[in-house]
Design a protein around this ligand. Structure first.
Ligand code: ZN
Length: 86
């Protein structure tokens, strides 16, 4: 005769195993949350770029304080179109 475990024993064993699995899942969830928190990189602060005066002809930056009538790089005449902020 094959020995049979009683239904009560099997139920008790399954409850124990279920409890262990729940504890393991809970532990893994906590560990995952911790890892995700550690991986989060703070967002980079927005770039603060000051618009600079640029030549309409070549888009190079016009040197600060320059009162030249022409672009030093391409010779664009600023009388035609003034340098723009960009
Ligand atoms: Zn230019």
């Amino acid at each position: 005769m094959a020995s049979r475990r009683s239904i009560r024993d099997e139920t008790t064993e399954l409850r124990v195993r279920l409890g262990e699995l729940e504890a393991r899942v809970s532990w893994l969830a906590r560990r995952l949350a911790k890892a995700e928190k550690a991986l989060k990189v703070p967002a980079a602060p927005p770039l603060k770029v000051k618009p600079k005066r640029r030549c309409p002809g070549c888009f190079f930056e016009v040197p600060r304080g320059s009162r030249a009538r022409r672009c030093a790089y391409c010779g664009f005449d600023f009388k035609a179109v003034k340098p723009f902020l960009g």
